[in-house]
Write a protein that binds this ligand. Sequence first.
Ligand SMILES: [Zn+2]
Length: 138
Amino acid sequence: MTETQRPLPHATAWSAPYWDAARDKRFVIQHCTDCDRPIMYPRRFCPHCLNDTLEFRPSEGRGEIYTMTVQVAGPPSGFGDRLPYVVAVIRLDEGVQLMSNIVGDDRESARIGDRVRVDFETVEDGQTVLPVFRLERG
Ligand SMILES: [Zn+2]
């Protein structure tokens, strides 16, 4: 039987600053220096004006759940020990979206439209830190 492992991100030359910042528990968003628009996920060229002078800027990592699902069961995978887990598309306050996990003991009560804030999860390899999100309530 093949052992399944949780897939981890592979940094590229243009996404490395994003993952390096996450390792330092900082959340950053790529921006185009020409049209000044935010870009998510990290790319080599601005998808709006094709400029290649992009930079990473700090973000508070706040936003809301655009859509989500709670995974309660599934075939053997690298995520089996995390069940139930929440996969969500987060619409950040800057206007860009990313897919991530909602974490925390209250994660199963998450609903579309809930406010969330970034947190950071160090994965088993000890080298990779993933931006994840927690519900902002109260
Ligand atoms: Zn641009």
